[in-house]
Design a binder for this molecule. Structure first.
Ligand code: ZN
Length: 284
């Protein structure tokens, strides 16, 4: 099943590419709120699944500015660092033995299309598979972990590297939380839609030039392991968001280094989820 946030309303995207407003189509049985849907995820799955043939309007006719993040206001956002060996190598850091975790503050989250303001400094790209939790839990075993996932989407873990490396310890959370630094979307796709949810292609391009291309099969800690290790410490709540780490090809790892500039268009994709498109503009 594929869902989206269209004008702040939970919408089913049918396999024919039509948009069905879930609240309207169910006579209000499911409330329109997108973030709230994860609190009743089993029911949403059940009901939305029956709307596949409900008609609707073509997704292609929906203006991009109406498409929002599929998890716009999670209670918790987790992000995993150095989760691909080749990315750890380009960052000149060791492949971690323990899960490396930081947050992106919720105010940084935004939708899959539009403009992103660049602060002063060196802003880098990081395409990531983003997982949204459906059924919460604590001490979840890896074998059960995918059953706790509502779906996956594409995300960019935009990072201002100068602030990130200022000070005696990395400032991941703050330097990755400028407004707009956590775009997500365009669709939330349930794990059963993938032939193998542990092997999903992802990548991004700047002004048409590919800069990252990877596959989640190369993760150091695959999604089930991330969920098990996070939930061993802290409960995962419905609607929580996990940025799962980036494959190699970031700007800071290049010789010479390269960062985002005014006017650049960043196109990011996760195969099976779709494409995000953002234009960078320099903040005064
Ligand atoms: Zn990242």
């Amino acid at each position: 099943m594929r869902l989206a946030n269209i004008s702040d309303r939970l919408s089913l995207i049918t396999h024919a590419g039509m948009v069905v407003d879930v609240s309207q189509a169910t006579g209000g049985r499911i409330s329109p709120g997108v973030q709230e849907c994860y609190d009743r995820w089993e029911e949403v799955l059940d009901v939305a699944g029956s709307l596949e043939d409900d008609g609707g309007r073509p997704l292609a006719d929906v203006p991009q500015r109406h498409v929002g993040s599929p998890a716009p206001r999670p209670r918790q956002v987790f992000a995993i660092g150095l989760n691909y060996a080749a990315h750890a190598a380009e960052a000149a850091l060791e492949v971690p033995q323990e899960l490396t975790v930081f947050t992106k503050f919720v105010s940084a989250l935004t939708g899959p299309y539009g403009a992103i303001a660049l602060p002063q400094g060196t802003v880098d790209w990081e395409i990531e598979l983003v997982v949204v939790i459906g059924r919460g839990g604590q001490s979840i075993s890896p074998d059960n972990a995918w059953r706790h996932v509502a779906g996956v989407t594409a995300g960019q873990d935009l990072s201002e590297r100068t602030r990130q490396s200022a000070g005696p310890a990395p400032q991941y959370s703050l330097a990755k939380s400028y407004p707009g630094f956590g775009p997500m979307g365009p669709l939330l796709v349930t794990p059963d839609e993938f032939e193998n949810p542990d092997a999903i292609e992802l990548g991004c391009a700047i002004n048409g030039e590919p800069v990252q291309a990877g596959n989640t099969v190369d993760m150091v800690f695959p999604v089930p392991e991330i969920i098990a290790r996070l939930s061993a410490v802290t409960p995962l709540l419905p609607g929580d968001v996990i940025f799962t780490g980036t494959p190699p090809g970031v700007g800071a790892g290049r010789v010479p280094q390269r960062f985002l500039h005014d006017g650049d268009e960043l196109v990011s994709y996760v195969r099976g989820v779709g494409e995000m498109r953002h234009r960078m503009h320099q903040r005064d």
